[in-house]
Write a protein that binds this ligand. Structure first.
Ligand code: HPA
Length: 270
């Protein structure tokens, strides 16, 4: 079973991989640069979501190319990191939230591989957008950490790249949001369409606008990511080496309703 780590803001290199190699994968949406290697005998792939120099802002990340490329190199499970602001005073900077739901406030991003014609149309189920099996595993592994890890939470995805206004944050809070970031959608949706198991480790890097006493800055986010890098890596790698080979969730069958035509179109990149 091949797994991938998608590194978000402040998480630009895999670290710890043996025999690390660069790999470029061509997809119908453009080329994707990956790193591959192994960790304790497990084959792993790493993708820097924003590019290595944070070259792509959240609304311009080529999400479809990224997920297509992971699928094409045989990945089945993805752990993604995400820097987030907290809307919930109980979720403090430095803590990790294993989010289980999202609220989508993005505006301009293609969210599907299935745009009609040859590919067909797919209305993919999002009852459990983040793989429940992988989340359960992460929750169990997190018990060994000395860092507080919240077993669930609702991720509000904004369009960015600007931060939010305090009025927006107030609204998201009223709607039930716990953390806010700019990248989980459409990544999680496309991963499901591709039949991948996908989970997000949301690191709280700051209190959101209006809750924080100070104006927000990218530097503050990077500083908290740097402080928590090691614990995040520990959770990711411990989870990946102990992840069961067999998948018993429904993620792989998410596109089944579409029938063979759609499956075929996704597999052209294999
Ligand atoms: N808002 C949106 N995205 C973020 C934040 C935030 O406060 N912190 C880190 N990513």
């Amino acid at each position: 079973m091949r797994a991938a780590v998608i590194g978000g803001t402040g998480f630009y290199s895999p670290g710890l991989l043996d025999e690390e190699r660069d790999l470029t994968v061509a997809t119908p949406y453009g080329e994707v640069a990956l790193k591959e290697g192994s960790y304790h005998g497990k084959e792993l792939v790493f993708l820097a979501r924003h590019g290595v120099d944070h070259a792509f802002p959240p609304h311009l990340v080529n999400y479809r190319a990224n997920i297509w490329a992971l699928k094409a190199v045989g990945v089945q499970t993805v752990l993604a990191t995400a820097a987030t602001g907290s809307l919930n005073e109980d979720m403090r900077p430095g803590e990790i939230v294993l989010v289980d739901q999202f609220l989508d406030f993005t505006k301009s991003r293609p969210q599907t591989f299935y745009e009609g014609g040859e590919a067909g149309v797919l209305h993919v189920d999002m009852t459990e957008p983040y793989c429940p099996e992988v989340r359960r595993h992460l929750i169990a592994v997190a018990q060994q950490l000395e860092r507080r890890v919240h077993p669930k939470g609702t991720y509000v995805c904004t369009e960015g790249p600007r931060y939010e206004t305090p009025a927006e944050i107030q609204m998201y809070r009223q709607l039930g949001g716990d953390v806010v970031g700019m990248t989980s959608v459409p990544e999680v949706v496309l991963a499901r369409e591709a039949g991948l198991c996908y989970a997000t480790l949301a690191l709280v890097t700051n209190y959101a606008a209006g809750i924080s006493k100070n104006p927000l800055s990218h530097r503050e986010v990077l500083e908290e990511m740097a402080r928590s890098q090691e614990v995040l890596r520990k959770l990711i790698f411990s989870a990946l080496v102990t992840l069961p080979e067999e998948r018993n969730c429904a993620c792989a069958r998410a596109a089944a309703e579409l029938g063979s035509l759609g499956q075929k179109s996704m597999q052209q990149g294999d």
